[in-house]
Write a protein that binds this ligand. Structure first.
Ligand SMILES: *Cc1c(COP(=O)(O)O)cnc(C)c1O
Length: 381
């Protein structure tokens, strides 16, 4: 098999047998003609399937090493798709420091469908084993976690889930399949928000669920069609275009993030930096083992506290004050106010998301320009 960057660069290339277009055309048609009323063609109705979504799903499944993938209208729709496959009342274990939107969805579905939902610190394997023991059906991991960048040992955590009979699901949004392939470490499902690093250009919203089990992939595709949550044609075209440069973007953004993290941790105003690439990070060894690089995301706290953090986030110019992550443009955010406000203060405290935590998503700008911007904002405090 060819290497990752080759497969990404060639995704959906030469896929047009009719006109020989090098880049496959966008097929926006809602419906596809039949020759015979009893015989559907390869495509029938675009809610069920359309060529662009199929191409994108095959490309991501290929990078993840999955048997099948379902592309959805958002990352949240991808997570909800998994919940569709669980019986009411099922016991679910979810990482306590997952993305705030994930927590909001899990809380609401648990209330509605009687799920026995437990948030656990999945970096602590003993705590995870205890949480799984009473017959859990699902273990939901996020590593590195957003925004604290905590590391879960995927091979060990997925083995514990398997022993307990639980489906192991990993939210791979922060790294994408070019930096981490959870299925290789024993996960049953790897899912991601395509909106973030995979598309990388912050111009569409989408999600994907990849699984090693073809039967599960088929059930998830059934649900996506039944509920109408599959991704749209133009979004699939944009995401496939983004995916072709994903290996290069992920590598350069990781390098720049590593440099920014190192300079921040040496800065006199900074109290703590969370970045798995720093040898001082508690999950550094796990990250080095299970990831191909350390990713574009980092967080830090200032010695001067919450008000200073908010002032800093409002003062940078090359780091735009906005949600989201993984794009070519650098962003700064205050998770407690922006990505995680749906969590109650107590849950945020438990997850270590302090009011003064600053999160950076490092893009493709030059590292010296980014540092000059941050350094000036830090000096102005
Ligand atoms: C953004 C994000 C999601 C949700 O994805 P959307 O495309 O915004 O619906 C899920 N998990 C993580 C880790 C995210 O960062």
């Amino acid at each position: 098999m060819t290497r990752m960057s080759t497969r990404a660069a060639r995704a959906g290339i030469n896929a047009d047998p009719v006109r020989g277009a090098v880049v496959a055309p966008v097929s926006l048609s809602a419906a596809y003609r039949r020759e015979d009323p009893a015989v559907p063609g390869p495509f029938d109705y675009a809610r069920t399937a359309h060529p662009g979504r199929d191409m994108l799903a095959r490309a991501i499944a290929d990078l993840e090493g999955a048997a099948g993938a379902v592309v959805t209208a958002s990352g949240m729709a991808a997570i909800d798709l998994i919940l569709n496959d669980l019986p009411n009342g099922a016991r679910m274990i979810c990482a306590h420091d997952c993305y705030g939107g994930t927590r909001r969805l899990f809380d609401a579905r648990a209330l509605q469908r009687g799920f026995d939902l437990v948030y656990a610190d999945c970096t602590d394997l003993d705590a995870l084993a205890r949480a799984l023991a009473p017959g859990a059906a699902l273990a939901f991991f996020e590593t590195p976690s957003n925004p604290r960048l905590r590391l879960t040992d995927l091979a060990a955590a997925c083995a514990l889930a398997r022993e307990a009979g639980a489906l192991s699901v990993v939210d791979n949004t922060v790294l994408s399949p070019v930096l981490q392939r959870p299925l290789e470490h024993g996960a049953d499902v790897s899912l991601a928000s395509i909106t973030k690093l995979i598309n990388g250009h912050s111009d569409m919203v989408g999600g994907v669920v990849c699984t090693r089990d073809p039967a599960l992939a088929e059930r998830l595709a059934w649900w996506a069609n039944a509920a109408g949550t599959g991704g749209a044609a133009f979004d699939a075209f944009l995401a496939l275009r983004g995916l072709r440069t994903l290996p290069v973007r992920a590598r350069v953004q990781s390098e720049t993030a590593g440099e920014i993290a190192a300079r921040l941790s040496a800065h006199r105003s900074v109290a703590r930096v969370d970045y798995p690439g720093l040898s001082s990070h508690p999950g550094h060894a796990i990250a080095a083992r299970q990831q191909d690089a350390f990713g574009p995301l980092l967080s830090f706290e200032l010695k001067a506290g919450t008000a200073a953090a908010r002032a800093l986030a409002g003062q940078t110019t090359l780091f735009t004050l906005a949600q989201s992550l993984g794009g070519v443009e650098s962003l700064v955010s205050i998770p407690a106010l922006m990505t995680h406000p749906a969590m109650r203060p107590q849950a945020r405290a438990q997850a270590g998301v302090g009011d003064g935590l600053v999160r950076l998503s490092v893009g493709l700008e030059d590292v010296e320009d980014l540092w000059a911007d941050l350094d000036a904002a830090l000096s102005a405090l």
